[in-house]
Design a protein. Structure first.
Length: 81
């Protein structure tokens, strides 16, 4: 089992970035998805099953951070000011 982490920040999104993926149907500035799954396809299916607007076709364009559950690792830290 692995952990798949996607983070996409659109804070400074502009028209010059029109080809940039949009990973959720809702308006967002910062979107984070963290999924435990056996492989990438299962992780994407879990997000799609949630029916919370995750756009699998655009998530495929971003390379997720992939972490193994077999060893200790920091999964996520965030500091906002």
């Amino acid at each position: 089992m692995k952990i798949y982490l996607w983070r996409h920040n659109r804070t400074y999104h502009s028209h010059s970035m029109i080809q940039e993926p949009c990973i959720n149907q809702e308006f967002y500035l910062d979107a984070i998805a963290i999924v435990a799954a056996n492989d990438l396809e299962e992780a994407l299916c879990k997000l799609a099953e949630q029916k919370q607007g995750w756009r699998v076709e655009d998530l495929r364009k971003l390379e997720p951070t992939v972490l193994s559950l077999e060893e200790a690792e920091i999964i996520f830290t965030d500091i906002r000011g």
